[in-house]
Design a binder for this molecule. Sequence first.
Ligand code: CP3
Length: 352
Amino acid sequence: MSTPLQNDLYLRALNREETPRTPVWVMRQAGRYLPEYLKVRKQAGDFMTLCSTPDLACEVTLQPIDRFNLDAAILFSDILTIPDAMGLGLHFETGEGPKFSNPVRTAADVEKLPVPDPAQSLQYVMDAVSTIRRELNGRVPLIGFSGSPWTLATYMVEGGGSKDFSKVKGMLFSEPALLHKMLDKTAQSVISYLNAQVESGAQALMVFDTWGGVLSPANYREFSLRYMQQIVDGLTREADGRKVPVVLFTKNGGQWLDIMADTGCDGLGVDWTTDLADARARTGGKVALQGNLDPSVLYGSPESIRAQVKTVLDSYGSGPGHVFNLGHGIHQFVNPEHLGVMVEAVREQSAR
Ligand code: CP3
């Protein structure tokens, strides 16, 4: 099944091996800032149809690779596929983001949550992974992903996006055992989902903990990190004779990078509110670091983008173990040419 990788800079950097330059990819690299993405989404009709049609998911996954020659591809899908497969009824309301018809609020709701078999209700994701892997034909590695249990729980309990997390935090403080039960089922679901992605061809894994940063330090350990630890411990870490690196990313989690590194993951995503030099000092060479350009830098001029890229590369400093990325997903209204400027700048400025 495996065509040898032509460009494995990303995997080598996550292993903290020397590379001739710093590899680069971007969170949300396939998405609405690209006119060619909007065209395919229109053709699909809606976002979930796009995710569940393997040929179309494959096409949009490859678009940013073709346009920018990035060093890794990321599966086109969403973190909310798992709660959808748990029966919550995911739909996207235009302009309002994701919504669940059946949010999880009571002990009975938690009790009836299944741990989905990826070969059943999530087979469409596995089909997308194997199609993308075949079409990539060894150009660059393919990243599989999921949300962290805590981040998924915020959507599952709130019934969609939230600003204050009132319902899920209400559950956390008044019924912690119930929330733990739900997080445990979700963690089990994430483990079998990610392992199935590896079996279908994913060569690296990333866990998005977008909302871990809204927790207090004690709550972060108990309700988010604990379940990411469970995931790291349960994952397939090698496939086709090669290590499958795992990257954890807690947005706004800069203060916890040291305890995150202690999970035994291979890399950590870092947002722009933490300096990479500081992140590196605090993780003591245990992990690779991915990040951390402020996504809003891409609203600036090409000259300012090149200068900010230099600041990020300089803050990491010399030595292996850096994967260049934004500190969070690329914004919808960014000029795609500005991403091109960023990628070129990383290539030129990091060449050793
Ligand atoms: O990075 C990639 O290019 C891979 C694809 C990917 C998507 N979502 C596609 C998507 C990934 C990795 C995600 C992860 C995701 N989804 C996260 C965690 C990462 C993060 O950004 O913090 C979260 C919290 C979600 C949940 C989600 N999905 C939201 C809140 C939304 C609405 C966003 C909005 O601004 O309206 C989505 C939809 C979504 N997922 C889109 C894309 C390209 C936009 C859909 C569209 O309208 O075309």
